[in-house]
Design a binder for this molecule. Structure first.
Ligand code: KG4
Ligand code: ZN
Length: 392
């Protein structure tokens, strides 16, 4: 099965072509990502209007480049997948509308992919992860522990009560004058800082749930910075290192709880899986390895370029949904908010590992898959106010 994926929910304009071979293995035939960092850097965060316009300008060329790199034609595709949310709505409209146009002209099925679902399934693209697994999804807009039980079958075990982890990295970077995007900058500074210099709080540690809270930590960094201002380069590095250590310790504790809750409710997971931009952080990757070793569970972390936003994960999620006969109509709406536990499930979602249907079986125009009953699990809390988007 061969699918074109399009990603435009935030500040990356991306297109990819992914193939699932008859034996189930995935091949990324092209994966093109154009970052808009330069356009947003001066504003210290993503500016939605600038992002949407930049997607309009770049997307046609990015899709053409991906198709050329994959050495394929639209006629050869089995479907067109686009991230239909959650994210900055202007950008989502650009990607979804483009996908609809391609699907309509070439009479191919359209798959409106939930961006979070794409992050959640990436470990199956890279490592063939088997259900059920325990997912740690940490990005600019979301921080969740999720039981991934099948395609479309996600149960949230923990979430953040305020800021997402990536958002906390971004805000910390901003207040320390490190610019945007914050995560990688804080990690770089932390590498030559003294992580023991500032005694920052470890919110939530020791609680029996698997929830996170970041806003107190971010405020504590600000108060420490104000106490010693003006900051030297070493002060900044020490604050970054202390902040990163506090985040790491919180993640370790919260994931131990998450795994415990997972086992209680669903039995042993096949793996602990990480996804989202924050999983590109080496200190967090090392901490996840400690958790997995101690918990005696396999660990799967996709390579950093597939943890941050990309279209290969969208194409792959499209393949997974098409294989279950799930596709969408051309009147599917883009969605700024779309909690992971509200994606449409395949009819046989309760089955642990569904059989792989024949590639290319769905035909256009698709059945109204998105009219099926939504999962009754309550939705995410309202995303915090920020220029960082409520994407993933
Ligand atoms: O999943 P993602 O690429 O985009 C969405 O949020 O949808 O995640 C981006 C987030 C940003 O907040 C960014 O600062 C954070 O991931 N991030 C990192 C690192 N690389 C990206 N955070 C910590 N350390 C990193 N190396
Ligand atoms: Zn994302």
């Amino acid at each position: 099965m061969l699918v074109l994926g399009i990603e435009t929910t935030c500040d990356e304009t991306a297109a990819a072509v992914v193939e699932r071979l008859a034996d189930g293995r995935a091949v990324i035939r092209a994966n093109v990502v154009l970052s808009q960092i330069a356009e947003h850097a001066a504003f210290g965060g993503v500016v939605p209007e600038i992002a949407a316009r930049a997607h309009v300008e770049a997307l046609d060329l990015i899709v053409a480049t991906a198709m050329a790199e994959a050495d394929t034609s639209f006629a050869s595709l089995d479907g067109i997948a686009a991230a239909a949310g959650p994210g900055l709505i202007g950008g989502v409209i650009v990607g979804l509308t483009t996908a609809k146009a391609i699907a309509m002209v070439h009479e191919k099925p359209l798959v409106a992919v939930n961006h979070l679902e794409a992050h959640a399934l990436t470990a199956r693209l890279t490592d063939g992860a088997l259900f059920p697994y325990c997912l740690f999804l940490a990005s600019g807009g979301h921080t969740q522990v999720v039981a991934v039980r099948g395609v479309g079958d996600y149960v949230r075990l923990g979430t953040t009560r305020d800021d997402a982890i990536g958002e906390a990295f971004d805000k910390t970077a901003k207040l320390l004058g490190l610019g945007y995007p914050g995560g990688p900058r804080v990690e770089q500074e932390a590498a030559h800082g003294d992580r023991g210099r500032f005694a920052l709080p470890r919110p939530m540690i020791g609680r029996p749930d698997a929830d996170f809270s970041l806003s107190g930590l971010k405020t504590a960094v600000r108060l420490e910075a104000e106490k010693i201002a003006p900051l030297s380069d070493q002060d900044v590095a020490d604050l970054c290192a202390s902040f990163q250590l506090a985040v790491v310790e919180m993640v370790v504790d919260r994931l131990r709880q998450g795994l415990r809750i997972f086992r209680q409710r669903f039995g042993p997971p096949t793996a602990l899986v990480a996804a989202g931009g924050v999983a590109a952080n080496q200190a967090i990757r090392d901490a996840l390895l400690d958790v997995a070793l101690q918990d005696q569970v396999a660990l799967i972390i996709p390579p950093p370029a597939l943890c941050t936003d990309n279209a290969a994960m969208i194409a792959w999620a499209g393949i997974e949904r098409l294989a279950h006969g799930l596709h969408d109509t051309l009147d599917t709406s883009p969605r700024a908010r779309w909690p992971l536990d509200q994606v449409v499930k395949p009819a046989a979602a309760a089955a642990p590992e569904p059989a792989v249907p024949e590639p290319g079986s769905p035909t256009w125009p698709a059945a109204a898959a998105d009219q099926a009953a939504p999962d009754p699990v309550p939705s995410d809390p309202v995303p915090p106010e920020s220029v960082t988007p409520p994407s993933a």
